[in-house]
Design a protein around this ligand. Structure first.
Ligand SMILES: Nc1ncnc2c1ncn2[C@@H]1O[C@H](COP(=O)(O)OP(=O)(O)OP(=O)(O)O)[C@@H](O)[C@H]1O
Ligand SMILES: [Mg+2]
Length: 382
């Protein structure tokens, strides 16, 4: 069976493409037959992370003529076992695709199952319906977030929209449940006042069949979180906020796949046109990717439902890993110093620039926090 792993975030620029490309390489190295698809149409850049030149043909080529041979847009990569489907910047974005185009694309992606073990979908930012539908192609999508308040909020909002989309599609067109949901939507301020534990009993009372179908689907929805761009161990704590909101307001259990530190080495990897795990497999960043890839490979798709204890453990583990990686990061700097690869002067420069960056981020954060306090209170209470 082909595993589908959609990678989403809500907010842009948090590392979806970095995670997609490097997990793709890691899975291929582990002997899996992997296809990596860039579905961030209109803003495709996954080829850059892979170190490929701007592609001549991509998904857009197929979408412009859905009768054409899909095999033409699948390319080999330098990594054995890893194939790549480039996106397209010529077409105006995933959000603008027509339903027949989306259907044709999904059909072709599903048909990959004959010779593919893992299909990774790098999704665009935002919560447009078509992005949610790609995310819901699988119960085990990954949401990438970062410690910044905006990123956390967007990750939650993305998951909330995904659950509501699932609810909507679970209810038949003229079902009582669908009518009720639409009425709630109209009455309330958008999704603001809707939350699952409140709505479910209402649906159950008026339309048992729709209720059962949705609950059946919701049980299989087990999204997983990656916290990227972490600077220090306590940054990792914000993951708990997303988790709690998901449990309280969405009846959704979120597993923590782990944290990834922010590392300037990624810039060097990018300009060297190599995914970081090929460029520097020993770096803390690459090791974090391998650790996450292992966790994913170890979970058995068919029986994949974590109980409360395992969910708890996944968050504790991520917290511990954050501490360990931080220590390793410091040791790494010490090693560089001893070996002379990094001079005291370099170190002072690095620390200075990091402090400036952190100070800048803190300022930005408190400003955003101020602006968002209200929105958060409403959003998270929803
Ligand atoms: N852990 C990290 N350390 C350092 N740089 C990182 C890290 N993760 C991502 N980056 C950098 O941050 C930028 C954004 O990452 P990336 O393109 O993967 O995000 P994205 O979520 O795919 O963005 P978009 O929404 O634009 O598609 C890139 O320049 C990437 O190299
Ligand atoms: Mg991207």
């Amino acid at each position: 069976m082909m595993r589908i792993i959609p990678i989403a975030s809500g907010k842009g620029g948090v590392g979806k493409s970095l995670v997609s490309a490097n997990l793709g390489v890691a899975f291929a190295q582990a002997g899996q037959r992997v296809v990596l698809a860039d579905l961030d149409l209109g803003a495709s850049n996954l080829h850059l992370v892979l170190g490929h030149h701007a592609p001549q043909t991509g998904i857009g080529t197929f979408l412009n003529n859905t009768k054409s041979d899909f095999a033409n847009v699948i390319t080999e990569t330098d990594v054995r076992g890893l194939r790549f489907i480039p996106g397209d910047n010529e077409i105006p974005g995933t959000a603008n695709l027509k339903v027949p185009q989306l259907k044709a694309l999904v059909k072709q992606l599903m048909a990959l199952k004959n010779d593919t073990d893992i299909l990774i979908l790098d999704l665009g930012a935002g919560t447009h319906q078509s992005i949610l539908d790609f995310f819901l192609l699988s119960g085990q999508g990954i949401v990438v977030s970062a410690p910044a308040v905006t990123a956390v909020l967007n990750a939650y909002v993305f998951l909330k929209n995904a659950v509501f989309r699932l609810m909507f599609t679970s209810f038949g067109k003229s079902s009582k449940a669908r009518t009720h949901l639409e009425k709630l939507r109209k009455d309330g301020a958008g999704h603001q006042k809707l939350y699952i534990p409140k709505i479910l009993p209402e649906i159950k009372a008026i339309d048992r069949e729709s209720y059962d179908r949705f609950v059946g689907h919701l049980e299989k929805l087990r999204p997983r979180l990656i916290m990227n761009m972490v600077d220090e161990p306590k940054d990792a704590d914000v993951a708990m906020k997303i988790r709690r909101s998901c449990e309280e307001y969405l009846d959704l259990k979120l597993e923590h796949l782990g944290i990834i530190y922010r590392d300037a080495i990624q810039d060097t990897a990018l300009s060297s046109r190599l995914p970081i795990i090929l460029y520097k497999p020993q770096s803390i960043l690459s090791q974090a990717i391998y650790r996450i890839a292992d966790k994913i490979l170890q979970t058995d798709e068919d029986t994949y439902t974590l109980n409360d204890k395992e969910i708890d453990e996944s968050f504790q583990e991520a917290g511990m890993e954050a501490e360990i990686d931080f220590d390793n990061k410091l040791e790494y700097v010490e090693d560089l110093l001893h070996s002379g690869a990094l001079t005291q002067g370099d170190l002072i420069e690095t620390v200075k620039s990091q402090q400036i960056e952190i100070a800048k981020l803190k300022k930005e954060n408190s400003f955003v926090k101020l602006k968002l306090t209200q929105a958060m209170q409403q959003g998270f209470k929803a």
